[in-house]
Design a protein around this ligand. Structure first.
Ligand code: PEP
Length: 250
């Protein structure tokens, strides 16, 4: 089965020298694997130099976040337009760690639009902090999707990738169950069909939360997903290579 792996390096590694080594290992694994598209999301300060190291077609690049305004008086910010100029083709939007630092659904909505206007693929992250057995988390996800996609026209909606990352499974000891992911994937598509029509059926959905080489293939097979948004396992060269290898088509 074809799959996508978004390697979200977060604020790792500490030096550009280590970033080059991690990229080398990731690139090698990506070139060897069949049917796996790897999207590397390095810290923004490494992005342009990492892109320059790559001439192939198996790896693409993402920003980890980006400001919706192209330029402005925003000390410390980096715009989506600047990421595009550095050759990022994707932008992760409203990751749980950004939401915990104040990102809102409305902010996500503006960033999704800015990414599409820059001809980049937005990877819109959604996910509930906890589940209480009442099913309330479905309403929470529906609202994140409704607002995050509010400015996207129906014909463009399938250009957005949805990354479902239950916050309770990020940085945890194991991922959610694949059959629960499958249920959520159906719910996400159904919610988007309600707001954007039938193209919602074609949404690419990624899962994120404690994925590594031991559990990725099973989740891909049974979770009704197109691939993964990966944190920890993407920042260690051997683990990242093993994960990519585990998804390679036989
Ligand atoms: C993440 O932060 O998006 C994530 C999935 O992290 P981890 O893989 O470390 O759980």
């Amino acid at each position: 089965m074809k799959s996508i792996v978004v390697a979200n390096w977060k604020m790792h590694p500490a030096t550009f020298k280590e970033a080059k080594q991690l990229f080398e290992a990731t690139k090698k694994a990506a070139e060897k694997a069949k049917g796996v598209s790897v999207i590397v999301a390095p810290p923004a300060i490494y992005l342009r130099e990492i892109v320059k190291l790559y001439k192939g077609r198996r790896v693409a690049f993402a920003m980890q976040d980006g400001n919706a305004e192209a330029v402005g008086a925003c000390t410390g910010e980096i715009s989506i337009a600047q990421g595009k100029d550095s050759k990022a083709g994707y932008v992760i939007i409203a990751h749980a760690e950004r939401r915990s630092m104040g990102e809102t659904n409305d902010g996500a909505r503006r960033k999704v639009s800015a990414a599409l206007n820059s001809k980049m693929t937005p990877v819109l992250c959604v996910g509930e902090a906890s589940r209480d057995g009442t099913g309330e988390h479905f309403n929470f996800i529906k609202e994140q999707l409704r607002i995050g996609l509010a400015d996207v026209t129906a014909p463009k909606v399938s250009q957005v990738i949805i990354a479902y990352e239950p916050v309770w499974a990020i940085g945890a000891t194991r991922p959610m169950e694949a059959h629960d992911m499958h249920e959520m994937a159906i719910f996400i598509r159904k919610s988007i069909v309600e707001t954007h029509g039938k193209d919602g059926m074609n949404m690419k959905i990624l899962y994120g939360g404690s994925i590594d080489e031991t559990n990725a293939a099973g989740m891909l097979r049974d979770g009704d997903i197109a691939g993964f948004l990966v944190g920890r396992a993407s920042t260690e060269a051997t683990k990242c290579a093993a994960l990519i290898h585990s998804l390679s088509e036989a």
